[in-house]
Design a protein around this ligand. Structure first.
Ligand code: AVJ
Length: 317
């Protein structure tokens, strides 16, 4: 009789080993987005306090025609495509042109990628859908040859999950993966009243708290841990003024003594100590412009919603 061993993700092992023994301990935000985490995030996007998704949708609805006219792109590569929900507004505008168009959704989650790609292919039979299973954070990311001009898009404000060094590297890789004349469309959340920002990441229904705590479950199951329970942590959402970012932390409600079977290591966290699980940076339009420009992405145009909560910026290599 053979017992099948649970498969251990070497990337999770590497991130856990690199982050959990730091002080304070940190985990890359991508581990929040397993199946359950992605479902919870989907729920977050519909919460009354969580404005970014609605604002970005408003902007895309208004600017889609403009983006098509300005770029005349023949290929759209979406970095971290998720459910491709808001992207449909752009796809519809490109499809209406009646010229050949290729959509390349790129995501780390195979299940979500396949499902979303199949749905888009059915909804837009005139578009060639070519899903790519990849991590947009991968430094060796290569984009296949597709008809130009090409437009890479990175929506949802996920750029805010990266710290300044990571953002610089990310922009440089985009500029390098594209060719001169290609485009980059970026969605980013803007600086606003701190009370509204904190409420957006600490909703009354507690969905964001569950979303944050779920990463403990990801660690527990992924690294075969004992003594590690999501209920032993409190969700904290805090504004960091000098970095102008929201930070999500998990604070131990009691002394934690965990053992990770998969890596044969013990992990201690004292009551009251915290793990940093996600940063969500907020920008000014000037700062976005400056960061893109420094990385070789010339800003062509930017759009904001009626409340100036969120921005979509079109730039060119
Ligand atoms: C998906 C990264 C854009 O930062 O607003 C929402 C994730 N975290 N609530 C964000 C998130 C907590 C979201 N992004």
């Amino acid at each position: 009789m053979t017992m099948s061993q649970p498969t251990i993700d070497p990337l999770l092992v590497a991130d856990a080993v690199a982050g959990l023994w730091q002080s304070p301990p940190v985990l890359p935000a991508k581990w929040l987005y397993d199946k359950r985490g992605s479902e919870l995030f989907d729920e977050i996007t519909r919460l009354p306090e969580y404005y970014p998704t609605r604002r970005e949708t408003e902007i895309l609805r208004r600017s889609a025609q403009d983006i098509v006219a300005q770029t005349n792109a023949r290929t759209m590569i979406e970095l971290g495509s998720g459910t491709s929900e808001k992207t449909r507004l752009l796809l519809a505008a490109f499809a209406a042109r009646k010229t050949e168009f290729t959509y390349v959704p790129l995501d780390v989650s195979v299940e979500m990628l396949t499902l979303a790609a199949d749905q888009v292919a059915v909804e837009f039979p005139e578009i060639s859908v070519q899903p790519l299973h990849a991590d947009f954070g991968d430094p060796d990311l290569e984009l296949a040859e597709h008809p130009g001009p090409r437009m890479a898009i990175f929506l949802g404000g996920t750029i805010g999950n990266l710290d300044p060094t990571e953002r610089a590297g990310f922009y440089r890789r985009i500029a390098r993966a594209l060719r001169p004349g290609d485009y980059f469309l970026l969605g980013a959340d803007l600086i606003k009243d701190t009370g509204r920002l904190i409420a957006a990441y600490n909703d009354r229904a507690g969905v964001t708290a569950d979303f944050n705590r779920n990463v403990i479950e990801v660690l527990r199951t992924g690294l075969d841990a004992t003594g590690l329970y999501a209920d032993d942590f409190d969700h904290i959402a805090r504004w960091n003024p000098p970095e102008h970012r929201i930070e999500m932390w998990l604070r131990a409600r009691r002394d934690i003594h965990a053992r990770f079977g998969a890596i044969e290591r013990s992990w201690e966290l004292a009551k009251g100590a915290e793990i940093l699980t996600e940063i969500s940076t907020k920008f000014s339009l000037e700062k976005l412009h400056e960061e893109l420009g420094t990385s070789g992405l010339q800003q062509l145009e930017s759009w904001t919603d009626h409340a100036d909560d969120f921005a979509v910026v079109l730039s060119q290599v």
